[in-house]
Write a protein that binds this ligand. Structure first.
Ligand code: SF4
Length: 383
């Protein structure tokens, strides 16, 4: 039954699911009511004393008061208090404008009078989903308070809250991380990485909670590397070869990418992240190079000697088959102590090698994979 009721005869429901009314959005609704009136009637139920209690539409009721109205269109529904509670909850669920805390509290209220199975049926959700909605209520109130912003504006949702439960032993960090999620608008996956970092490296917690995400991720990566907690792949000769090839490719890319001018165009934050990454990389490289040198020095056949590419001047290790810049073949008979330029011949097996081929070899030339190559010049030794 639709009627126009006096606002003074209407009282809000004290157990209505929505607990937070944002003044800004109420003002917006009040302005719209001033201009166009209340377009959708509220729903109320009659009380024995002649008043009416709101089932749905408390925002419209509050905004109408703000707009200075004295009456509001209302549908009067004869229902019990319990049914009114369920109707109010269902309406809000359908509109999806309850924040996660209001939703969990409302479900909690329903579970006081109905079984989990009944509540799941009423709300059209699986029992597991209902239980998950309730799980956030185990978090400290200060964390829950961070979830009640204006709907749509708050990056801190139920998914984030469930991730924070892993820090249940450390409520202070839960609150700090909840604020960080909002300030930096972290995704659920990013929050998970933070939480894992804090759990795995408790001594780095303070640093992780203070720095921005990119820096925190770098701290987590480098700490994991240092302490050997990164997942290790089973190591076989093929793994080593593919890793060595990947390192070679990464170094080439890095050589192309590094340009000191970039720092003139980066923010302080970006520079600090870059510095952290470069320092961590440099430490890793130093360790790797020292291990590699020590391994190579055990071999009597290996001498760390560098030669220049005849075409582009790039310096490469003497055994490198190709220049990494211009891809020219590096080992030339003309540079080899076994080459007799006058007779155009290799003295090892007396093969005829014409001068053009000795100076500019190709992949088909003998020198390309020659195991007897021995540079005749005073080669530059690595520092
Ligand atoms: S590189 Fe090999 S083929 Fe060429 S001269 Fe030297 S030893 Fe002979």
């Amino acid at each position: 039954m639709l009627q126009h009721l006096n606002l003074d005869d209407i009282i809000p429901a004290e157990d209505q699911p929505r607990k937070t009314f944002h003044q800004e959005t109420l003002e917006e609704l009040a302005q719209s009511i001033r201009e166009r009136g209340v377009l959708e009637p509220i729903v109320v139920r009659p009380l024995p004393d002649g008043k009416y209690k709101i089932i749905m539409g408390e925002r419209r009721y509050r905004a109408s008061r703000l707009a200075g109205l004295t009456e509001i269109p209302a549908i009067i529904r004869e229902v019990s208090e319990e049914d009114a509670k369920v109707d109010a909850l269902l309406e809000n669920f359908q509109r999806e404008d309850l924040n996660p805390v209001e939703r969990a509290r409302a479900i909690e209220g329903l579970l006081e009078v109905h079984s989990l199975e009944q509540v799941a049926k009423m709300l059209g959700k699986a029992e597991a989903t209902i239980k998950r909605h309730l799980e956030i209520l185990d978090l400290p109130q200060a964390v829950l308070d961070e979830m009640v912003d204006r709907p749509g504006d708050n990056p801190f949702g139920e998914g984030h809250a469930l991730v924070l439960k892993a820090l249940s032993e450390d409520p202070v960090s839960q609150v700090r991380l909840a604020r960080k999620i909002k300030e930096e608008r972290l995704s659920i996956e990013e929050t998970q990485r933070f939480v894992h970092g804090i759990i795995n490296f408790p001594d780095k917690k303070e640093a992780l909670l203070r720095v921005p995400l990119r820096v925190a991720e770098e701290i987590i990566r480098s700490t994991a590397r240092e302490r050997g907690t990164q997942k290790k792949r089973p190591f076989k000769p093929k793994t080593a070869q593919s890793q060595a090839a990947a390192v070679g490719r990464a170094m080439d890319t890095l050589n192309d990418q590094i340009d000191p001018r970039m720092v003139d165009f980066l923010s302080r934050d970006e520079c600090s992240t870059l510095l952290a990454s470069a320092t961590a990389l440099s430490d890793t490289l130093k360790t790797f190079i020292s291990k590699l040198r020590s391994l190579l020095s055990e071999s009597s056949e290996f001498h760390e000697i560098y030669i220049n590419c005849a075409l582009c001047g790039r310096i490469e290790l003497v055994d490198t088959p190709r220049c990494s810049v211009c891809w020219s073949v590096m080992k030339r008979c003309d540079d080899c102590g076994h080459y007799d330029r006058q007779y155009q011949m290799c003295s090892i097996d007396e093969t005829h090698i014409p001068i053009p081929e000795a100076e500019v070899p190709s992949e088909a030339s003998r020198s390309y994979k020659c195991q007897y190559y021995s540079p005749k010049f005073e080669a530059r030794r690595a520092a």
